[in-house]
Design a protein around this ligand. Structure first.
Ligand SMILES: [Zn+2]
Length: 349
């Protein structure tokens, strides 16, 4: 309580290191060095209703890297949200050199409404970064997270799973930008997170003003960042939650913020070509395979039927590889994703 009163005295005292006083402020949270505080980033009402994004700040006793862990960008992807609940009590700011910002639920509106893909404005939060203050709710959330979280971090991990309709194998994205140094460190972050399939993606936006994705917003601002996926179908299974929990701890260790068990992979399966497969028709989706299945070119991924069961169309794999996710529930609209296929890099085939 008296920290503010003591601060000027400490500034005068030559023995006190200069960083002892600097608080880390995120939204309404102000965490002094060596403390852990939970609060919210307030997104005010605008053209539509605002909301509060729940955040915790664990500000290490000593200065170091600042890792942003962003959960619940898609509110039906529960594993990331539950993983951060486990992680928070394990972070000891008195043992930390550096800090961790935990965004517990980036899009609470989609969580409570049980929405997949999009917010009430019809926009996907992970496509509207860096957002805008005068935009609709997805854009205002993106603007607030960019300003309060990403701009204050040195590294960003955007944590996802398959959405409520997607059966997914754990994998992460190594997304490259304009700076080879950042790209090299993003690669190391992927390895540190420990997922054994890593999608190499050189085709994301390269314009910082139109970064679209959460993790690309970090990459294009010079902050090594990744997107990590574990879980799906609205499930809260232990294994999928633990993958995110252990991965986050491993990155905290990798960045030198706090000692924690490493789950680093040295020889992951690199996916050097990937393609989202889409539905040829609106109807009832019937998958023929699941995630983790290998495919050859022409393998049947699934069929779309009308509501009486007549086949309207089918989806086949365009090249040999592995499935990363497959839509696992029946409703499907023409043009929507039904699966994601990845080709294993040649030297590993
Ligand atoms: Zn997602």
């Amino acid at each position: 309580m008296n920290r503010l009163l003591f601060a000027p005295a400490l500034l005068l005292g030559l023995a006190a290191p200069a960083f002892a006083q600097d608080a880390l402020r995120v939204g309404d949270v102000s965490a002094a060095r060596g403390t852990k505080v939970t609060g919210a980033i307030h997104v005010p009402d605008g053209v539509d209703r605002g909301l509060d994004i729940p955040v915790s700040v664990v500000h290490g006793k000593e200065a170091g890297k600042t890792l942003a862990l962003i959960a619940g960008t898609h509110g039906y992807e529960y594993t990331s949200i539950l993983a951060l609940q486990r992680l928070l009590p394990e972070l000891d700011p008195l043992k930390m050199k550096g800090s961790v910002i935990l965004v517990h639920m980036a899009n609470p509106e989609t969580f409570f409404a049980r929405r997949i893909y999009v917010s009430s404005d019809g926009k996907n939060l992970n496509r509207v970064y860096p957002g805008r203050k005068d935009g609709t709710i997805s854009e205002r959330i993106a603007e607030a997270i960019t300003r309060e979280v990403i701009d204050q971090a040195t590294n960003v991990i955007d944590m996802h799973s398959g959405d409520g309709n997607e059966s997914l194998r754990p994998y992460s994205y190594w997304m490259t930008g304009n700076d080879p140094m950042v790209d090299a460190q993003s690669k190391e972050l992927n390895l540190a997170y420990g997922l054994d399939h890593i999608v190499i993606d050189h085709d994301r936006p390269k314009d910082v003003k139109d970064s679209r994705y959460t993790a690309m917003t970090g990459v294009l601002r010079g902050k090594p960042s990744i997107t990590a996926e574990s879980g799906g179908l609205g499930r809260t299974d232990e294994a999928s939650i633990e993958i995110h929990h252990k991965g986050a701890l491993s990155v905290i260790n990798h960045l030198g913020i706090m000692a924690a068990p490493s789950v680093k992979v040295t020889n992951p399966v690199w996916i050097d070509r990937s393609e989202v497969l889409t539905s040829p028709a609106t109807g009832v989706w019937e998958p023929a395979i699941d995630q983790k299945d290998a495919v050859v070119a022409g393998s049947l991924v699934g069929r779309v039927k009308d509501s009486a069961g007549k086949i309207l169309g089918e989806v086949r794999a365009p090249f040999a590889g592995v499935m990363l996710y497959v839509v696992g529930t029946p409703p499907i609209t023409k043009g929507e994703p039904v699966g994601f296929v990845g080709r294993v890099r040649a030297d590993e085939r």
